[in-house]
Write a protein that binds this ligand. Structure first.
Ligand SMILES: Nc1ncnc2c1ncn2[C@@H]1O[C@H](COP(=O)(O)OP(=O)(O)OP(=O)(O)O)[C@@H](O)[C@H]1O
Ligand SMILES: [Mg+2]
Length: 255
């Protein structure tokens, strides 16, 4: 869609919005933002953390988001992950308009269609690896038996089945991050969003995580990852550079 048309999104009728979603779905576009903004009000100051972002990501793409500290990467990821709502603009996830979704549908999508890996792992300290990975399945209302099967399979996928009874403090940093990734993957989400997944790791464990992402990508998953490190970004096939809340450059790095 041409920029001139994008600028007119405020005027789209509900029918046009719906048709747009259908066309995105037909084209296999899982993430599409139109003039997306996130503005924070701090006293008498307005901070545009995300200011007019148009991005389009197809199913099965492997995309890195780079940019200086404070440029809006995490804010954008939170919008894409439906953890936050935009101040302006449209966001289509799998062809559906996020703003049109009811709370329960959003909760379902956050839980089922999107796997989110946080920089700081966000694991429950007193629960075993297995229980941590089981959590999203509990929220999804899946039976205990099936939960354990699926959680074990997810831990197996990150080579941690042998450590499933360990609590986070009984695991290495890389293993914790792998538990967090298993948890993000346990519901078979179509999209994996990872905000600095290797930021807290040494080079070797970082490389292990990147090898895992490569495999997930080869299995057809869509991956969007935020990183400061050019070495990490080079694993992706496309790099979106963010500056001052805007897309500065969008480059294809390898086929
Ligand atoms: N809740 C908030 N209230 C006010 N301002 C915020 C809030 N969250 C973020 N910001 C501001 O929005 C801008 C973008 O923040 P964001 O966390 O998205 O940056 P980032 O690119 O992820 O940075 P980093 O690389 O350091 O993680 C920053 O200037 C930040 O201070
Ligand atoms: Mg950030």
């Amino acid at each position: 869609m041409a920029i001139a048309e994008v600028a007119a999104i405020d005027n789209w009728t509900p029918k046009e919005r719906e048709e747009q979603g259908e066309s995105l779905q037909r084209d296999g576009i899982v993430i599409r933002t139109y003039d997306l903004w996130k503005t924070y009000i701090m006293g008498d100051q307005e901070i545009n953390a995300v200011s007019g972002v148009d991005v389009q990501i197809k199913r099965g793409e492997y995309v890195a988001i780079m940019g200086p500290s404070g440029s809006g990467k995490s804010t954008l990821m939170n919008l894409i992950g439906c953890l936050d709502t935009p101040s302006r603009g449209l966001y289509y996830l799998n062809g559906k308009l996020a703003s049109d979704m009811e709370d329960d549908e959003l909760a379902r999508i956050r839980n089922k269609e999107i796997g989110f890996v946080f920089q700081t792992f966000n694991l429950l300290a007193r629960a075993s690896a297995l229980h941590n990975v089981e959590l999203p399945l509990i929220y999804a209302g899946i039976s205990a038996h099936e939960r354990i099967e699926k959680a074990r399979a997810a831990l197996r996928a990150v080579d941690l089945e042998k450590r499933m009874d360990h609590k986070p403090n009984e695991l290495s940093g890389g293993q914790r991050q792998r538990v967090a990734i298993a948890r993000a993957l346990v519901n078979n989400p179509s999209i994996l969003l990872a905000d600095e997944p290797t930021g807290a790791l040494d080079t070797k464990t970082g490389d292990e995580i990147m090898a895992l992402f490569e495999r997930l990508y080869n299995e057809g998953n869509t991956i969007v990852l935020v990183t400061h490190e050019p070495d990490i970004a080079m694993h992706a096939h496309r790099i979106i550079h963010i500056r001052d809340g805007k897309v500065d450059r969008d480059e294809v790095t390898r086929k």
